[in-house]
Design a protein around this ligand. Structure first.
Ligand SMILES: Nc1ncnc2c1ncn2[C@@H]1O[C@H](COP(=O)(O)OP(=O)(O)OP(=O)(O)O)[C@@H](O)[C@H]1O
Ligand SMILES: [Mg+2]
Length: 219
């Protein structure tokens, strides 16, 4: 899905936290969004996801303004993720259950992603009893499972151990290449941006500072 942003502003009270004149995310690419704490990265993703309204400006999704059918193709994994008070399996299956997939297909898809992220032994555990990193992996599995056309990830590997980071990166790359969806991923990990992203967007004080191939942006 192509995302075209024009004249986007977000104010909280007197303060403008986001002011982006123009920004284009092309279809099927994987973008890294980087910048200091408080720069406006999460705000940008929340607005693109439709969870939050901008103060001014326009975002076009494949040339259209956001509507219900488009929303169905977007997944957002927020920095503060919330799991449902049920098992790991049910949490990961949730986007598929919501879209009324057949039970057997749901089982196969959930099993596959649990294998990929080495979550299998947690299958029947209640989400509430998971460790922080485990819960984050479950939230990520839930975000990745239905193969969205636009995947928005807010610091997906913060608090994750090095081995699990490798699994997650592999899965993000695999999904991005195979399923041909656009991925926007906020990260503070420059090495990760270098490893994964086609392009990097650097945001500071709510403004777009640089956008380009990771080699041009990350020196
Ligand atoms: N609901 C709100 N009310 C007032 N200010 C807010 C609100 N949400 C965010 N802000 C402010 O907007 C600014 C941008 O926040 P945002 O969460 O987008 O930053 P970020 O770039 O994601 O930072 P981090 O790297 O720390 O996650 C911050 O200064 C934050 O305090
Ligand atoms: Mg943030």
């Amino acid at each position: 899905m192509e995302i075209n942003i024009n004249g986007l502003m977000k104010d909280y009270g007197e303060r403008t936290v986001l002011n982006i004149e123009s920004l284009l995310f092309e279809s099927n690419k994987l973008y890294g969004i980087i910048g200091p704490n408080g720069a406006g990265k999460s705000t940008l993703l929340r607005i693109i996801s439709g969870l939050e309204q901008s103060t001014k400006g326009e975002i076009l999704y494949n040339g259209c303004v956001l509507n219900k059918p488009i929303l169905k193709h977007i997944t957002f994994m927020s920095q503060r993720h919330y799991l449902l008070k049920t098992t790991v399996f049910n949490n990961i299956a949730y986007p598929l259950t919501l879209r009324k997939y057949h039970k057997k297909i749901i089982e196969n898809m959930v099993d596959e992603i649990m294998m990929d992220l080495q979550l299998f032994e947690l299958k029947d555990q209640l989400a509430i009893s998971l460790s922080g990193g485990e819960a984050q992996k479950v939230a990520l599995a839930r975000a990745l499972i239905f193969e969205p056309q636009l995947l928005l990830l807010d610091e997906p590997t913060a608090n994750i151990d090095p081995n699990s980071i490798k699994l997650i990166e592999k899965l993000i790359l695999k999904r991005n290449k195979e399923k041909k969806g656009t991925t926007l991923m906020i990260t503070h990990n420059m090495e990760q941006a270098r490893r994964l992203c086609d392009e990097v967007v650097f945001i500071e004080n709510g403004k777009l500072k640089v956008q380009g191939k990771e080699k041009q942006v990350l020196v």
